[in-house]
Write a protein that binds this ligand. Sequence first.
Ligand code: AHG
Ligand code: MN
Ligand code: MN
Ligand code: MN
Length: 320
Amino acid sequence: HAADAFRTDLMTITRFVLNEQSKHPESRGDFSILLSHIVLGCKFVCSAVNKGEEQKKLDVLSNEVFVKALVSSGRTCILVSEEDEDAIIVEPSKRGRYCVVFDPLDGSSNIDCGVSIGTIFGIYMIKDGDEATLEDVLQPGKNMVAAGYCMYGSSCTLVLSTGSGVNGFTLDPSLGEFILTHADIKIPKKGKIYSVNEGNAKNWDGPTAKFVEKCKYPTDGSSAKSLRYIGSMVADVHRTLLYGGVFLYPADKKSPNGKLRVLYEVFPMSFLMEQAGGQSFTGKERALDLVPKKIHERSPIFLGSYDDVEEIKALYAAEE
Ligand code: AHG
Ligand code: MN
Ligand code: MN
Ligand code: MN
């Protein structure tokens, strides 16, 4: 019985990644070790969130846990966290080849009311023998070797891509293991949902305003889209990935670069979207082509179902 086989042949995230790596003979198992340290951080934050720790503490706590877990993996050289103004350069004795950019706790305004929050991460790799510098993380998102997020919601779900598709793993609390539950996630080609903070509408640019107008009053005979906005990027993107549609945090007159951060919000989510068959666009270019100049740089972002993002691109092209 297929379902039974699935229940007894447990595909843990560790087993999954080791399988994937065995296809690459040059890989040295370093990635699985790094990932196991990220997974440990996610389990810790998940348990802290479930205990209902205070918001301020939880932000700081999550960051400390991830920084320590990443450094102690012995596989990292540079860390960029939303919570730290400067990049962390790992001391030589603990240094490895991976650079990790992360948002330890995303959706912090939702902590105190128990709404889903998450952790986002992206991973770059330096060349063999190279000394690590800031240049190694100021790279376009397409150079990432892996990206993912963990959502602390009604269940704890880790979604990961190492560049060959997207897979989702759910934490089984009794086992303490992330088990493959969403194999090879593909985003629907077109969606019925749009997700944006409409409170900013008065300051939007023309194409954003036109797109949202079309969501509500379609002119091509299709039915109107539904609005869903949680205000946690992880949760809004997770829903977009599974149900389809589009998530946007556009530029506006007050914030010409939008709100979301390129390295640890825009890039990892764009990487996952493309790997799932969707698209991600900044209003000017493919998001993963962007070359950040500063580690905490922001960018407008439109991501989701292929056809929906195509519509947004057309509206921006018509503007020129
Ligand atoms: P963070 O909690 O890491 O600072 O990020 C919050 C972000 C993101 O999760 C979400 O998409 C966005 O802020 C929501 O912003 P608005 O409240 O402006 O809609
Ligand atoms: Mn965030
Ligand atoms: Mn954050
Ligand atoms: Mn923040």
